[in-house]
Ligand binder design. Structure first.
Ligand code: ADP
Ligand code: ZN
Length: 438
């Protein structure tokens, strides 16, 4: 039987949710207008007042907020509550530039941790479970969010933070961890380490993993599930909106339910800002509905995905988003062709390689160069070695597979096993030197 953390709201009818969203939206807009000068000015520039927001659709009258607004308003400009009422600060990982900070009141922390608790219960977590939190602790929201959610569910919480991978496995075994939470790239590394230590999934008690904070493919999911002997669930979030748990996967593993009672999602055309109909691919935009310290209205995430209402086998009714396969600014344009690192990951795992790779792009004599460093598996390495080191066939086949997926041909370099640095947090897959020349 399916279990929920907050059944009534997680399974409310779409009409009930919409009615609740409308009521909260009207209040949140009035609250922000009153308490936040930065956004009030933006609304005034657009000629819109809180009174203009009467229906959910009226949200399209509101101005967008983007990362550059957050940077401009850094650190206090988008704070909507008195600082004395705030109890916590977190910061983005700074994956794509200068960090931004977000503030939380106790109410905001409770709301966020409840969202994470919903995700843990959806992954099968109960008070009987031991949750090993191997997301980084600190300014990053990953550790703190799942940690708080785990407490709310009543799980025994192991606050490991990331790193010291052998010790992670030791504790996992000694303390019988049943749920692992970390980035998918770190989960893959833990799986690899387990194998290197001469252990198998039978030597650990893990049953589920809750992995997010970076894009990962279905192929990566299968790889992790096999290596750790678990079911792997996706979780999505961003610091600006609270942290992990904005959306989470359920047992059907066909997209993540957005916690719609707290976050209103829209999909827009990233070029024109126009709202797109349900089911279209576009940029995800969030409006917080009941936050105090750092409520953001129409925040552009730059994450590209699709959202859709559909009947889900888990009984949850909240709208689902597909795995975002990268943000608009993760997308590389190489020789005029769009390339997402996730496409490279898909090809590698399909062709029997490890998910350890690095993409290098440069511009030489006005032409883009495109190189991919790929690690060989131990078996391939041994085979090539016994062939006198001749890797021509492997390179040829892999290059052809990339060409089929991407439409352009990278230069492939096959490296010895373990030669690419492993990630304990968010993996860095791309070195784009073209930016240095701009
Ligand atoms: P930064 O923007 O500096 O990386 P955050 O740590 O707040 O800071 O990261 C949030 C971003 O991480 C999201 O906007 C999204 O691009 C990415 N992300 C988070 N969870 C997922 C997920 N499950 N799948 C794909 N991308 C994700
Ligand atoms: Zn579901």
């Amino acid at each position: 039987m399916e279990r929920y953390f907050q059944e009534e709201i997680e399974t409310a009818s779409v009409d009930q949710i919409k009615a609740m969203q409308k009521e909260k939206l009207i209040k949140q807009v009035a609250y922000v207008y009153k308490n936040n000068e930065y956004y009030r000015k933006k609304m005034q520039e657009k000629g819109v007042e809180p009174g203009d927001i009467k229906e959910l659709e009226d949200i399209s009258k509101l101005p967008f907020l983007s990362k550059s607004d957050l940077r401009e308003a850094y650190p206090y400009g988008l704070l909507s509550a008195p600082l004395k009422d705030c109890v916590r600060i977190h910061s983005t990982s700074g994956t794509t530039g200068r960090r931004v900070v977000a503030f939380y009141t106790q109410h905001d922390l409770d709301l966020w941790e409840e969202c994470c608790a919903r995700a843990i219960v959806a992954a099968g977590g109960t008070a009987e479970d031991v949750v090993q939190v191997a997301y980084g602790y600190g300014l990053f929201t990953g550790g703190a969010g799942i940690h708080g959610g785990s407490h709310k569910v009543g799980c025994l919480t192991l606050p490991m933070s990331s790193g010291s991978t052998e010790r992670q496995i030791q504790f996992m075994r000694d303390l019988n961890a049943t749920i692992l939470a970390c980035t998918p790239s770190y989960a893959a590394y833990i799986g690899e380490k387990l194998h290197d230590m001469g252990l198998t999934p039978d030597d650990i008690r893990l049953k589920a993993g809750i992995f997010g904070a970076e894009p990962w493919t279905e192929e990566m999911r299968q790889n992790i599930e096999r290596n750790l002997g678990i079911k792997a669930y996706d979780i999505y979030g961003l610091t600006e909106i609270s942290g992990p748990g904005v959306a989470f996967e359920c047992s059907s593993q066909t997209g993540m339910h957005i916690n719609e009672d707290h976050f209103l999602a829209e999909i827009i055309d990233p070029d024109t800002g126009e709202v797109l109909p349900e089911g279209s691919v576009g940029e995800l935009v969030f409006t917080s509905l009941d936050k105090e310290a750092f409520p953001l209205l129409r925040y552009r995430t730059r994450d590209l995905t699709v959202i859709r209402h559909e009947k889900c086998s888990c009984g949850r009714t909240h709208i689902k988003m597909k795995k975002p396969m990268g943000r608009s600014d993760d997308m590389l344009i190489i020789r005029g062709v769009n390339v997402f690192p996730s496409q490279i990951e898909t090809v590698l795992l399909k062709e029997g390689y490890t998910p350890n790779y690095q993409i290098m792009v440069d511009r030489i004599d006005n032409e883009d160069t495109f190189d991919i460093n790929v690690e060989l598996s131990d078996e391939m390495f041994v085979k090539i070695h016994s062939n006198g080191g001749d890797d021509t066939d492997e390179k040829k086949n892999l290059t052809a597979a990339f060409k089929t997926m991407l439409g352009i041909r990278p230069k492939v370099h096959l490296l010895a096993p373990k030669s690419i640095t492993r990630s304990e947090g968010k993996a860095v897959r791309v070195v784009d030197k073209r930016k240095l020349h701009d």
